[in-house]
Design a binder for this molecule. Sequence first.
Ligand SMILES: *[C@@H]1O[C@H](CO)[C@@H](O)[C@H](O)[C@H]1NC(C)=O
Length: 177
Amino acid sequence: MASSRTISYFLVLMVLSIFSFSEAREILVGSNTDAWKIPSSDSESLNRWAEGSRFQIGDSLVWKYDAQKDSVLQVTKQDYATCNISSPIAKYKDGSTKVKLDRSGPLYFISGASGHCEKGQKLIVVVLSARHGLTGISPAPSPMEYDGPAVAPTSSGTSLRGGLMVILGGLVGMVLF
Ligand SMILES: *[C@@H]1O[C@H](CO)[C@@H](O)[C@H](O)[C@H]1NC(C)=O
């Protein structure tokens, strides 16, 4: 009896680990640590990049920038349209910003640096609910050329799964021995 209970416990945890963590990704904005800046042309804009990417609930967006010179503001649609930086929903200025996407729909981000939003440093991300997403598809590669260190979008799913399997192994070991 005890062992079949252990096995079902193990199976439930396995299934949970596969379904809850396999798609959580950290997506580097612009696929480049140097991307949060005034775009040099329309084709290099972050919205072009975003159109070729897929954002799902549970993913996180990651921005890298110089904290002395820039920041990331999450704003309303209206403040996005008018580049109004005076009352953001959220303000991030630590140079390495991570925002978890926890609901579907559009999210609006602009630069907090004076004048940058007006020159195109802005981003709309449309977050898809999980059932609309294709499983296992990474964001499409950015069409823009890298002029800085190339950093691929990172996937935390694999390492999370690995970590969970280690914990599971420990649990099973504790129950059995
Ligand atoms: C910016 O937003 C603030 C707060 O919503 C508002 O008071 C202000 O009038 C806005 N400024 C412009 C230029 O729209």
